[in-house]
Design a binder for this molecule. Structure first.
Ligand code: NAD
Length: 469
């Protein structure tokens, strides 16, 4: 929220700002902007101790200009109707920006997933899926969920299992949800896809020497200091790939607090420390930063908010020291804060583009599920044999043996992961360049340019349908 303005209102304000730069009839723009349908349900959950909780849940389908609609399912206390509508709208624009042919959707269950046992979470997930199925809000050609905040491949497997039992569609049921475990129809590379996409997007931004010069930075990722908020799926992987790409992680923030070390933090060691002690705080050699939100104001080149929306507001925006804000989460910078930061010349790489890696790889998974062909089936034997030969050659040369795990992993994954990652990189680079061109053409900020790209593409789809004169 920003000054009382709801999340969906803010998304629409960003839309309106961009809509001024395109040349489409107002009726069409209005059709694009509005949320087509929302399903709200409250169902009872029997807790492990026999008591009953009533669980509110939602699914919003923002636009059916392409079907199925697509978007994650979030388990968080913040979930409400406005939030799922805003997130569904962002999905519509995101899919358009990266040319993934889906409409936008989003689901949410209002719970703190940390307060429920695995059995309780299973009952919630199955009942939610039952409700979506009953109301026709899920299906391979209707609406296809994926993981989001608070959910993981486990929930996706439960959704697929429940849906498969309820609907007689043995051929295509697997494609009713993406982000599934690899053994159950998922693709390799989906778990880390959003974080990897964030890395590709940030890297592409940093590779433009003239843009970096305008920000007072040197080109390239190498040596750039980074602060990441949220060490979940997106934040952890973004941090990992940025670090591997040469950036220096100086700050990491989680719910309990944050840590800072200007000489650089070792991500894996921090994660191990948190697993062992239950907290990110008191990591050897680092400074504790409490409260955690103060991490957003630390000195760094790149700030990566990867937790929830509305964390950078008009109030703390003037204290942000980062030169680049990489919106890995959805909506971390409020519309009012964006105005302040734009004025200060901060480069904000917008969520609608930057976290599109997840849906891009989900598209590969959905396609593969529908085609009923395992990737590279025909060439797989050949690829496995070549990879084995390389491993054997290295073993002979070095006199050291790789573990059986490495051999097994290689024989399973040869081909697919490379294909997924190169498809993802290509998508993120192309979309960045497209947005940058629009930015230059109109002399606007990157978020407005991304919305212009999205509006034009969605409008074109509607016009191609021939519905609008
Ligand atoms: P997640 O549940 O895996 O991780 C979120 C992490 O953020 C958790 O570790 C949580 O403890 C931490 N967190 C929560 N509040 C915090 C705070 N105030 N300060 C610091 N840390 C905090 O969720 P995720 O899937 O990584 O999603 C994060 C964001 O990325 C969300 O906005 C989501 O919509 C967006 N996103 C996710 C995906 C995906 O593929 N999972 C795709 C696109 C966008």
């Amino acid at each position: 929220m920003s000054g009382g303005e709801s999340f969906f209102t803010q998304v629409n304000r960003m839309f309106d700002q961009a809509a001024r730069l395109v040349d489409h009839p107002s009726g069409l723009l209005s059709q694009i902007k509005h949320c087509n349908s929302v399903y709200r349900v409250e169902f009872p959950l029997e807790r492990d101790d026999g008591s009953i909780d009533v669980i509110p849940a939602y699914r919003a389908e923002h636009s059916q200009h392409k079907t199925p609609t697509k978007g994650g399912i979030r388990y968080a206390p913040s979930v409400n109707e406005d939030e799922v509508m805003a997130l569904a709208a962002l999905m519509t624009y995101k899919c358009a920006i990266v040319d993934v042919p889906f409409g936008g959707a989003k689901g949410g269950v209002r719970i703190d997933h940390n307060e429920y046992s695995p059995r309780e979470l299973e009952r919630i997930t199955r009942r939610y899926t039952f409700e979506l199925t009953r109301k026709n809000f899920i299906g391979p050609g209707i609406d296809v969920p994926a993981p989001d905040y608070g959910t993981s491949p486990r929930e996706m497997a439960l959704i697929m299992d429940t849906y498969t039992q309820l609907v007689r569609d043995p051929l295509n049921a697997l494609a009713c949800v993406t982000g599934k475990p690899v053994g159950q129809g998922g693709v390799r590379g989906r778990v880390e896809a959003t974080g990897r996409g964030v890395f590709f997007g940030v890297k592409q931004a940093c590779d433009y020497a003239e843009d970096m010069k305008a920000l007072g930075l040197t080109p390239g990722l190498d040596g750039k200091t980074v602060v990441v908020q949220g060490l979940g799926n997106v934040g952890y992987h973004a941090a990992k790939f940025l670090q591997e790409g040469g950036a220096v992680l100086v700050g990491l923030a989680e719910v309990e607090g944050a840590i800072y070390d200007r000489t650089g933090l070792d991500l894996e060691a921090v994660v191990a420390h948190r697993a062992e002690t239950g907290s990110i705080l008191d990591y050897p050699g680092a400074e504790n930063v409490v409260p955690s939100a103060r991490a957003l104001e630390l000195e760094c080149d790149i700030l990566v908010p990867a937790a929830l929306e509305g964390v950078i507001t008009k109030e703390n925006a003037p204290r942000i020291q980062a030169t680049i804000i990489a919106e890995a989460a959805n909506g971390p910078v409020t519309a009012n804060a964006a105005e302040v930061l734009n004025e200060r010349g901060v480069l904000m790489i917008p969520d609608v583009y930057l976290n599109a890696g997840g849906v891009t790889v989900s598209y590969f998974e959905w396609l593969r599920n529908l085609s009923h062909v395992r990737h590279g089936r025909l060439s797989k034997r050949f690829e496995q044999r070549s990879a084995e030969q390389i491993l054997n050659a290295v073993e002979n040369l070095t006199g050291q043996s790789f573990s059986p795990n490495i051999h097994a992993e290689l024989s399973l994954s040869a081909g697919e992961i490379e294909l997924v990652n190169s498809g993802l990189e290509e998508t993120m680079v192309l979309a960045y360049n497209e947005i940058r061109e629009i930015q230059k053409e109109h002399g606007v900020d990157q978020r407005t340019a991304a919305f212009v790209s999205a509006i034009d593409k969605v409008a074109t789809s509607y016009l191609e349908m021939g519905i609008f004169p």
